[in-house]
Design a protein around this ligand. Structure first.
Ligand SMILES: NC(=O)C1=CN([C@@H]2O[C@H](COP(=O)(O)OP(=O)(O)OC[C@H]3O[C@@H](n4cnc5c(N)ncnc54)[C@H](OP(=O)(O)O)[C@@H]3O)[C@@H](O)[C@H]2O)C=CC1
Ligand SMILES: Cc1cn([C@H]2C[C@H](O)[C@@H](COP(=O)(O)OP(=O)(O)O[C@H]3O[C@@H](C)C(=O)[C@@H](O)[C@H]3O)O2)c(=O)[nH]c1=O
Length: 300
């Protein structure tokens, strides 16, 4: 099975490549700029077609949430029209698409975890552009899985946990918002789940497989408690540590609004594919251990 993944330098793309290594019968091919540029639709089919994919994973996105507020046209070009073109290219090659979306499609006002039939109402340009992408992908390729996840981190690229570890190396105290709630999700766990269901995805006739699913790390926490957990795991490995001071979101102004509670229920995914994600604490510890122990500049 050949799985083509867009966004070759991204956290999820690199995690898919790593987790597929040694998996019999599965080849993961990463494609990205300049060969594939989501703002340049003609490059998309041309970049995907030669690889004759059995499945296209649409992971590339404009993920700079604050920057997107000032660049809505680019955010929509990448996250909506680019995603649509990727899904359309997959359809024209007879392949299903697995498109990754976000908890930031919700406004965060719900008490409890969001299910797939809860109404999205994004509060940021990033969230709005990703929601537009979901709708466009569904329209462009009937054989789609749209997988919403949240708070993704990994040993690769940029993410909240790596930022916190870096800041802990620079200061004694870090102020972190304690009134935003979500599910920290390891990109490596997400990659395992995607690889786990990819065989089922390519066996077309089973309609129930396709559609919209939530999948995120098990358990809900705040940004402040996530930072605290990552730092105590780091200290246990001899890595950097700092005191985390709880602050309100109003004390940490950012260009983009974030949902207060964007926790996702993964129950539908678990029931459909018999797949559960590990508790968020365990996966954070694994990634922090790897980051602290690593001497490779590639992962830091
Ligand atoms: N990170 C998170 O917390 C979450 C992410 N998601 C979604 O999961 C998916 C994967 O996220 P993640 O791996 O963290 O993303 P990253 O930010 O790590 O990587 C995004 C990738 O998209 C590529 N990209 C951006 N613009 C373009 C473009 N115009 N043409 C081609 N490639 C482009 C980037 O390329 P380059 O390196 O060249 O800039 C990069 O390789 C995304 O769809 C994201 O919206 C969902 C929930 C949470
Ligand atoms: C680094 C840092 C952030 N914060 C706050 C700022 C913000 O309100 C909140 C989140 O920070 P970040 O900007 O790192 O995370 P953010 O870019 O909002 O993360 C989001 O990325 C996109 C791609 C998604 O799809 C989402 O699921 C989510 O993971 O934490 C602190 O309070 N203290 C800090 O030291």
């Amino acid at each position: 099975m050949r799985i083509v993944v867009t966004g070759c330098k991204g956290q999820l793309a690199r995690s898919l490549l790593e987790q597929a290594r040694g998996l019999p019968g599965t080849e993961v091919i990463l494609i990205g700029r300049p060969q594939l540029d989501l703002t340049d639709p003609p490059t998309i089919l041309a970049a995907i077609e030669p690889h004759r994919p059995d499945l296209v994973v649409s992971a590339a996105a404009f993920t700079a949430v604050d920057q997107a507020e000032g660049e809505p046209e680019t955010a929509f070009a990448v996250n909506a029209f680019g995603a649509e073109a990727v899904a359309g290219a997959a359809a024209s090659l007879g392949a299903p698409v697995l498109h990754v979306s976000t908890d930031y499609v919700f406004d965060g006002s719900k008490h409890g975890s969001y299910a797939e039939d809860d109404m999205p109402a994004p509060v940021s340009v990033y969230g709005a552009s990703k929601l537009a992408g979901e709708l466009a992908v569904a329209e462009a390729n009937p054989r789609h899985v749209i997988l919403r996840t949240g708070w993704v981190y990994s040993p690769f690229g940029k993410n909240f946990i790596k930022t916190i570890l870096r800041l802990a190396g620079e200061r004694e105290e870090i102020a972190v918002v304690a009134d935003q709630w979500g599910n920290p999700t390891s990109a490596l766990d997400l990659a395992d789940a995607i690889l786990g269901i990819s065989a089922q995805l390519t066996r077309c006739g089973r309609d129930f497989v396709f559609g919209l699913y939530h999948l995120a790390g098990a358990g809900t926490t705040s940004r402040a408690d996530l930072a605290r957990h990552a730092l105590s795991a780091s200290r246990a490995e001899g890595g950097p540590w700092a005191h985390v001071r709880d602050v309100a979101t109003s004390a940490f102004p950012t260009p983009a609004r974030r949902p207060t509670n964007s926790s996702l229920s993964s129950a539908k995914f678990t029931a459909a594919f018999r797949w559960s994600m590990p508790p968020w604490q365990y996966s954070v510890e694994c990634t922090v251990r790897r980051l602290v122990q690593s001497t490779s500049s590639e992962t830091i």
